[in-house]
Design a protein around this ligand. Structure first.
Ligand SMILES: Nc1nc2c(ncn2[C@@H]2O[C@H](COP(=O)(O)OP(=O)(O)OP(=O)(O)O)[C@@H](O)[C@H]2O)c(=O)[nH]1
Length: 347
């Protein structure tokens, strides 16, 4: 750990004593504060900012305010549990059906093997003229009856298993659908409906690999609302929340179906643009600026103009998704440093 981080950690310890109660009031109980502290320090060091208590508190609060993927409503948790029980039930049914099928097959196999031996004995006795035609005839008739009975038993078992297996296949399909819905809920930011950070991390790796493999362009836009703290301070946190929802809605309105909008941090959004070069990404962002100007957030008939600063980067042939986002983040930092409402393209 470098010395600045050590200092920051020491400062964090002091903060822990003096202001942890304050800090924690903002934090979902499911988020580990040590993890938040680690990310906050990393962010500070990435941006070359001094780890002062002010900077540290700012980053800590911003990270802590991101809705945790764990912070799910009780209804969502209930759904997840129900799905789990459904999977458990289905696996139980499947076990029982395959068990019955295996027993039926083993029994049928045994009966057929015995019948086959008897059939061979009877044929041999007939060829060697050891048995009278009447004897052979009666033996064959008995054997045929046995074979018909065991085949019919096997047929009933297979038919019953087929019905069970069809029912299991339907359950598997419905579970697949439920799993997809659950995955979407888990990957969604509860406030804005955008994808959350966890969902994005999974997606980024895949999209970057796909783009590299097929030689497609992939761009990332990172934008952060300007002076958002003032909105909260002036109008309250609930209004701030509504502004975030408003901006996410505007962003969605300028995006294509294939583009991915992510709530990347408290008041920071990311857009992943597949098959889009940096000029395409700039175009999208300028459209968003335009749309935001034309559709301001209204609070008690008062226009509340919100601007944002942004960084854009396009995937290089030799980098992975993380490096791409890092370059967009650096560009965003430059945009913020140079003023507000600016767009900066990464080198
Ligand atoms: N209402 C609301 N506020 C949030 C949420 N997430 C983060 N914030 C707030 O966003 C503000 C971010 O403040 P800063 O990091 O100082 O950034 P800023 O005021 O936008 O200033 P610059 O980014 O430097 O332009 C803090 O007040 C956070 O509490 C949220 O989910 N809802």
């Amino acid at each position: 750990m470098d010395s600045s981080l050590v200092i920051a950690y020491n400062r964090f310890s002091k903060l822990s004593c003096n202001g942890l109660v304050y800090l924690m009031s903002n934090v979902s109980p499911s988020i580990n504060p040590v993890e938040i502290a680690r990310i906050a320090l990393k962010k500070l060091s990435e941006r070359g900012l001094a780890p002062t208590p002010e900077n540290y508190t700012k980053f800590y609060n911003a990270i802590a305010t991101i809705k945790s993927p764990d912070a799910k409503t009780s209804n969502e948790t209930l759904q997840a549990w129900q799905l789990l029980y459904k999977v458990e039930d289905m696996l139980g049914d499947m076990d029982e059906t395959t068990g019955q099928l295996l027993t039926a097959l083993a029994g049928g196999n045994e009966a057929m093997s015995v019948s086959l031996d008897l059939l061979q004995d009877t044929r041999r006795a007939h060829l060697e003229q050891r048995a009278s035609p009447d004897d052979t005839h009666s033996k064959l008739e008995n054997l045929l009856n046995t074979i018909i009975n065991s085949t019919s038993e096997m047929h009933s078992s297979v038919t019953a298993s087929k019905t069970d297996l069809l029912a299991i296949r339907d359950s598997v399909r419905s579970i697949e659908e439920n799993l997809e819905v659950n995955r979407q809920i888990l990957e969604q930011d509860a406030l804005t409906g955008a994808m959350n950070r966890q969902g994005f991390d999974n997606r980024l790796v895949r999209e970057a690999k796909l783009a590299q493999r097929h030689g497609h362009k992939l761009s990332v836009v990172l934008f952060d609302l300007d002076d958002f703290k003032l909105v909260n301070d002036r109008f309250g946190h609930a209004v701030g929340d509504n502004v975030l929802v408003h901006i996410a809605g505007l962003a969605r309105s300028v995006l294509r179906e294939s583009d991915i909008l992510v709530r990347y941090g408290g008041e920071e959004f990311l857009i992943l643009l597949a098959e889009t070069d940096i000029h395409g990404a700039l175009y999208v962002l300028e459209r968003l600026q335009q749309v935001a100007r034309r559709n301001p957030f209204m609070h008690r008939q008062q226009r509340l103009d919100v601007t944002f600063s942004a960084g854009i980067a396009m995937l290089r042939s030799d980098e992975n998704g993380r490096a791409l986002v890092l370059r967009a983040d650096e560009a965003l930092y430059v945009a913020k440093r140079n003023g507000r409402g600016l767009i900066e393209m990464a080198e």
